[in-house]
Design a protein. Structure first.
Lengths: 465, 248
């Protein structure tokens, strides 16, 4: 069992580096503003959100039917469909497909699912080289870091960081921080792999049951190159990505890019319906905990997520913590509600990395009640006995004092004792956590209770119990 | 109508003058106010930390104290939100149901129940940075939120404060971004919490307000702590103080 991720401590480290923290906060807030502007251009925005939510809830409620429909259609289109119960089965299927043909180089576009399955190390251990072709994902691969954001994996890095990294890995100019130059360096170094590789992999944003098509939205076109250049195309996709029809796809396409970056649509929105002439196309439908989540009464609607990251961009905690602080595949608000379904103990602190401000739920294009689920996850942590002993004890003391008026009044009318009770929630975790960056409020010379006694009590018999 | 005044624990201990301002304001408006002296807390600090078992006795006590009133008013959007929407730790007693149904934040009570729009006894010729809590905005629908770009823009706290002669509101960036208090979050994630507070102050200070006003004292407790640490001496007021006629 892995030790719990200490998100707060990781965030504190990230915050200590003000250059990166301020840059990330500004960049992502600007993204949120772009999202607002894009939504403003669509008068029926809220209706679209409702529709998208309803389509997802309908599909998830009839998931097996739609998956079988997809399999039938895709198979008829010449696609070979695989089913993977978990990450290991998925990785093994990919490995077998490559090993059968002696393929030792795989080019791939960005896929959070393959991150979730830890596919890259699995394949690399078996002698297969994997080249990420999304710029951000490639940067993270070269830096040996997981993605810090599900749409912009390297968004926490400055141009300078990238220039230094590329100079080490590719021998490019460490002082040239120009974006076009850096993108050029990446292009020169990864494009040859498209031609060398005998297999390409993509994820999928949507899977259309009606037609058997997979849909991939990117801005760099690297998914199209990965799918269309090598003779073998493998697409890995989570089973929750399925939608019923091409008509319903339109709803999601209108929401996705607008919510993610404020663009009306991604540069490339490609539907892959079958193998090219002389090539093969495989789709791996991956469960990896999804059907178990579908059975969770309080959390199943988290499966509606279309991975736009709008919740992360708007989250004031995420923007100031950095994505890596969550120590998880999915991060920010959506990560908080997804990760504990994989491993409760490891992610038992994540539900506390939120102020419950509710902004995430209100930007979510499929109306997931994210902040409400975060609140419930806190209760689940108590059910699973995952609340730190010291915190629980402090809360037990607080409950005792706060449920006994006499104890409460004794505690609150002496200054030192007052600080014992109320900022109990402030001192239990790390010593004097409140006072590290803030002044502690001064206890009043006279509480309101006392003031009332001294000034009004006689006039108010009704107030006595 | 008799109204029971609920004074949140942190206001009782640290900001009793806010309780006094609330009481005086209600009395000024002719409301028959009682203050049940057995009251303590609604249990939010525990429940908000996931510790619903440890919130039970406090929540049930709160329901016993307030469960017989037709109307309970508290100067806290956060406590109102907790009682109205998150009161699930204790047993579902008739008292609890009554309390959940009859609890109002002071702003709601003035704006929606009494429908007061003018506060002629007060004057406040100053520039105000108004901060409305996330509980009030997204939990109680007390003001429109920036995320819902097609909704009509409104703010009940602002509508009330606008009835005070002389008051002027300054506009600042990211007006409804969370200030970083978040209850126990302020301690469990103190570094992020404090940074959010500092950022909020920076955005406000850019517009040079004379003071910072909120219908939620808990946000102000946090922001004031941040401001004092940064040696900023800008005054902080609860909305009730302004409506009751405080002078700067």
């Amino acid at each position: 069992m892995s030790a719990p991720v200490d998100q707060a401590k990781n965030a504190e480290k990230f915050l200590a580096d003000t250059v990166h923290e301020q840059r990330l906060d500004k960049l992502l807030w600007a993204m949120r503003m772009r999202r607002d502007a894009a939504a403003r251009q669509v008068p029926e925005w809220e209706e679209l959100r409702t529709l998208a939510s309803e389509i997802k809830e309908h599909t998830l409620s009839n998931l097996s039917q739609y998956l079988i429909e997809f399999e039938t259609k895709a198979t008829a289109n010449g696609v070979i469909v695989h089913w993977a119960r978990d990450a290991h089965e998925h990785n093994q299927i990919v490995y077998n497909l490559l090993a059968e043909q002696g393929i030792d180089l795989l080019v791939k576009s960005k896929s959070m699912l393959t991150e979730e399955c830890e596919m890259r190390p699995f394949l690399e251990r078996r002698g297969i080289r994997v080249t990420e072709t999304d710029l951000g994902e490639r940067i993270q691969q070269l830096d040996n870091q997981p993605p810090g954001h599900i749409v912009g994996p390297a968004i926490h890095k400055t141009n300078k960081d990238v220039a230094v990294l590329f100079s080490k890995k590719y021998g490019s100019d460490p002082y040239n921080e120009d974006t076009a130059y850096l993108a050029g360096v990446m292009r020169e170094n990864t494009r040859p792999d498209f031609l060398k590789a005998h297999a390409g992999m993509t994820g999928a944003n949507f899977v259309v049951a009606e037609t058997g098509a997979i849909v991939v939205a990117t801005n760099e076109g690297n998914a199209d190159l990965s799918a269309n250049t090598p003779p073998l195309h493998i697409c890995s996709v989570g089973i929750e990505k399925i939608i019923p029809t091409t008509e319903s796809l339109a709803v999601f396409i209108r929401l996705l890019a607008r919510s993610a970056t404020g663009d009306t649509i991604t540069q490339y929105t490609s539907m892959f319906r079958g193998p090219r002439k002389g090539a093969a196309m495989h789709v791996i439908l991956v469960d990896n905990g999804r059907s178990a989540r579908l059975g969770m009464k309080r959390f199943w609607h988290s499966l509606k997520c279309i991975r736009c990251a709008a919740c992360m961009n708007t989250c004031p905690v995420y923007r100031r913590s950095g994505g890596l602080s969550y120590g998880s595949t999915y991060m920010g608000p959506i990560g908080i509600i997804l990760m504990p379904t994989f491993e409760v103990h490891k992610y038992n602190e994540l539900p506390f990395a939120s102020t419950l401000n509710g902004s995430c739920s209100n930007v979510c294009p499929v109306k997931i009640d994210i902040h409400e689920q975060i609140y419930v996850w806190r209760e689940v942590m108590e059910e699973h006995d995952q609340i730190q002993v010291v915190k629980k004890e402090a809360m037990r003391v607080a409950d005792k004092v706060l449920s006994h008026p006499a104890l409460y009044q004794i505690a609150t009318t002496t200054l030192s004792a007052a600080l014992e009770v109320l900022p109990h929630f402030a001192v239990y975790n790390r010593l004097n956590a409140w006072g590290k960056h803030r002044d502690v409020p001064e206890a009043a010379r006279e509480t309101f209770h006392e003031w009332y006694r001294n000034n009004r009590a006689d006039a108010n018999e009704g107030g006595k119990l | 109508m008799q109204v029971a005044l609920m004074v949140p624990c942190y206001i009782d201990m640290f900001y009793p003058h806010v309780g006094v301002a609330t009481l005086e304001l209600l009395e000024r408006l002719g409301v028959d106010v009682v203050y049940p002296e057995e009251q303590t807390c609604c249990g939010q600090p525990m429940a908000n930390s996931g510790c619903y078992e440890e919130a039970r006795a406090t929540e049930e006590h709160c329901a016993r104290v307030f469960g017989s009133f037709d109307c309970v008013v508290t100067p806290s959007g956060s406590c109102t939100h907790h009682i109205r929407n998150k009161f699930t730790a204790g047993v579902d007693s008739p008292e609890k149901k009554t309390l959940v149904r009859n609890t109002y934040d002071l702003v709601e009570f003035l704006h929606d129940v009494l429908k007061i729009r003018e506060f002629p006894w007060a004057t406040f010729e100053h520039k105000v940075a108004l901060h409305t809590s996330c509980s009030a905005i997204r939990g109680l629908n007390m003001a429109s939120m920036s995320e819902r770009v097609h909704d009509a823009v409104f703010s009940k706290p602002k509508a009330l404060l606008s009835g005070v002669p002389g008051i002027e509101f300054i506009e600042f960036e990211r007006v409804d971004e969370c200030c970083g208090f978040g209850g126990t979050f302020a301690a469990t994630e103190e570094a992020v919490s404090a940074m959010m507070g500092y950022d909020k102050l920076t955005f406000m200070q850019k517009a040079s307000p004379d003071c910072i006003v909120s219908p939620d004292m808990s946000c102000l407790m946090h922001l004031q702590g941040c401001a004092r640490r940064q040696k900023q001496d800008i005054p902080f007021y609860h909305l009730a103080e302004i409506l009751n006629g405080v002078s700067l």
